[in-house]
Design a protein around this ligand. Structure first.
Ligand code: XBP
Ligand code: MG
Length: 263
């Protein structure tokens, strides 16, 4: 029996390393498709990741570069069309199995499922991207393992706003204190913490290592496997060699005892 009832996962950068080699080339393919000479190299994309949401990121880039459409042009339609094309390219990459899950993710999901711990997703990316990523992860009907998949435009404000986590908690019918959240970025950490999810695990990646994750009690470079333990930046694994349910039980107990987990 565990003190927590559900695990809530961010997707991009947490469940899979999708940004540099997934979303970014998909954006560039969309730009080329419509004859734009825009190109987002890995370094520039790292800067643009300060803004969550693909459509929002395109607007942010246009603002930064002082790019204006012809007077009378419908910018919403322009951005929406570019983003639809980008999503199509991204889905094509996923269907070729181009983006595997990060180490330890599927193991932890299997452990949770076997223990009756509920699973949920809180992501900024487009819903069909989540379903496609799970569909090509090598585990049949993986998307059915999740009680809630909340994504994209299903909330008015994107991370770092806490809206997507509030929506997940509401749909799970649980308190924040019953849950553990998993994120990779400063925007995501703020969204989870501002939703009261103090029991927060950060798995950093090349784009987010060194960001400010606030009061997140456990920060590592991956969830790890018994054969390849994670590198810890903050917190400990209670003697476990990877992030498993026992390590999470200890973490949740510590956070609850410290009065961190709030309803
Ligand atoms: C990260 C995001 C997403 C992706 C791109 O999402 O900010 O916008 O970068 O996906 P997460 P879309 O919350 O999972 O870390 O183009 O579909 O928005
Ligand atoms: Mg993320």
């Amino acid at each position: 029996m565990y003190g927590f009832k559900a695990l809530i996962f961010d997707v991009d950068g947490t469940v899979a390393d999708t940004e540099r080699d997934g979303h970014r080339p998909a954006f560039n393919a969309a730009f080329a498709e419509v004859g734009l000479d825009w190109h987002w190299d890995p370094a520039l994309y790292g800067e643009l990741l300060a803004v969550a949401g693909g459509k929002e990121r395109i607007r942010y880039f246009m603002m930064r570069e002082g790019i204006r459409l012809d007077p009378g042009a419908d910018e919403d339609a322009f951005v929406a069309d570019l983003h639809r094309r980008k999503t199509r390219h991204y889905l094509a990459m996923l269907s070729q199995g181009a983006i595997p899950l990060r180490p330890g993710v599927l193991r932890l999901w299997r452990e949770a499922r076997a223990a009756g711990i509920r699973l949920a997703i809180a992501t900024t990316t487009t819903p069909e991207n989540v379903v496609a990523l799970l569909a090509h992860a090598g585990e049949p009907s993986l998307a059915d393992w999740f009680d809630v998949i909340a994504a994209g435009d299903s909330v008015p404000a994107k991370k770092p706003a806490p809206d997507i986590y509030h929506l997940v908690l509401e749909q799970l019918g649980l308190e924040a204190s019953d849950c553990i959240a998993f994120e990779d970025s400063d925007n995501g950490a703020r969204a989870a913490l501002d939703a009261g999810l103090s029991c927060l695990v950060i798995t950093t990646n090349a784009y987010t290592a060194g960001q400010d994750f606030g009061a997140a009690p456990l920060i590592l470079d991956q969830l790890g496997e018994p054969s390849s333990p994670p590198r810890l930046a903050v917190g400990d694994l209670a003697g476990r060699d990877c992030v498993d349910l026992q390590a999470l039980e200890r973490l949740h107990h510590q956070v609850t005892a410290a009065g961190g987990a709030s309803s």
